[in-house]
Design a protein around this ligand. Structure first.
Ligand SMILES: Nc1ncnc2c1ncn2[C@@H]1O[C@H](COP(=O)(O)OP(=O)(O)OP(=O)(O)O)[C@@H](O)[C@H]1O
Length: 293
């Protein structure tokens, strides 16, 4: 059954979150009277369990070998009757893609659970573990891994669905993950034999790319204007190739505000197929609407 790919910075709490998920899955399995659920077995794959030291991340070759061990173990246990929790940094986009393909090959769903602990807190937890001699990465390895981390992006099909777990949450969204991966008890989720293997039509993939790119171009035009007119609000900003201008509110919007609106717009429109030119005009409309309210 599914592959749950955990991803996060070093010492972010990946094992902590994995254990919570595993406890939840085991509880669901033992409480279920559905044969397809009862036969599921949960596997926890992590570096420590595979005998891989944290020092492997100090050099390219041992790290590459460690990754090969990690992925071949996943490949071995990933069957229709398994739930595999792949508890590792999984920080290379290409590596996550490779594991997504493994899941696809055995026709099983997959998701990414991003442990979203701040870098400062990870550093703190890492130092603590190092000092206590109960884990942790040497400081230079830690910093290097943080630097190389390629954050999961729910817009990429291999990182989707993406569940992000903030540090302060008591638990990961266990029910939602179970629902997406296994389906609710009683109402057996129909896992179509090849639903996971069928690639989305090219146009649809392009659409998500266009949605991402076009909205980011619009924000780039606004940001550029703001750089030339710092702190200025209430002005009309021309967006290349858009029918209308963006009318900024009197208090100039901050970058996080703009990005939040962009994420909302993408969330609302990812299911529809809008034409490329429509995306630009609709996003400009959406921004104007948000700024006026
Ligand atoms: N959300 C949290 N709340 C409280 N404590 C946490 C949380 N996340 C992690 N910790 C604590 O931080 C420490 C490191 O967590 P953990 O071992 O799960 O990290 P990790 O990401 O698996 O580390 P590694 O990169 O070495 O595999 C542990 O002592 C754990 O209990």
């Amino acid at each position: 059954m599914p592959l749950i790919l955990v991803s996060g910075h070093p010492s972010s709490g990946k094992t902590h979150r994995s254990r919570q998920l595993i406890d939840f899955f085991n509880r669901k399995i033992s409480e279920s009277d559905e044969p397809r659920v009862k036969r599921l077995k949960v596997h926890h794959i992590d570096d420590q369990g595979l005998g891989l030291s944290r020092d492997v991340y100090a050099a390219a070759k041992p790290e590459k070998d460690a990754r090969a061990t990690f992925s071949s173990t996943i490949k071995r246990v990933l069957t229709r009757d398994a739930i595999v929790v792949a508890d590792g940094m999984n920080y290379i986009k290409g590596f996550r893609y490779q594991l997504y393909c493994e899941a696809k090959a055995v026709e099983t769903p997959n998701c990414v659970v991003h442990v979203g602990t701040s870098i400062d807190r990870c550093r703190e937890q890492n130092d603590k573990a190092l000092k206590a001699g109960i884990g942790g990465y040497e400081s230079d390895i830690f910093e290097n891994l943080v630097f190389r981390y390629e954050e999961p992006n729910g817009m990429s099909r291999w990182d989707a669905p993406l569940f992000t777990v903030p540090y302060d949450d008591d638990e990961p969204p266990c029910e939602a993950i179970w629902e997406a991966m296994v389906g609710s008890d009683g109402k057996a989720k129909v896992v179509r034999p090849n639903a996971a293997t069928v690639l989305k039509p090219a146009s649809e993939q392009n659409y998500l790319y266009e949605l991402d790119k076009t909205t980011s171009d619009v924000l780039a035009a606004i940001k550029m204007w703001q750089q030339d007119h710092p702190g200025e609000g209430g002005a009309d900003v021309r967006v290349p190739e858009a029918e209308q201008s963006v009318t900024l509110p009197t208090t100039a919007p901050s970058l996080p505000q703009l990005q939040r609106l962009r994420r909302q717009f993408i969330g609302l429109n990812r299911q529809h197929s809008l034409g490329k030119s429509r995306i630009r005009d609709l996003f400009v409309d959406y921004l104007n609407d948000a700024f006026q309210s």
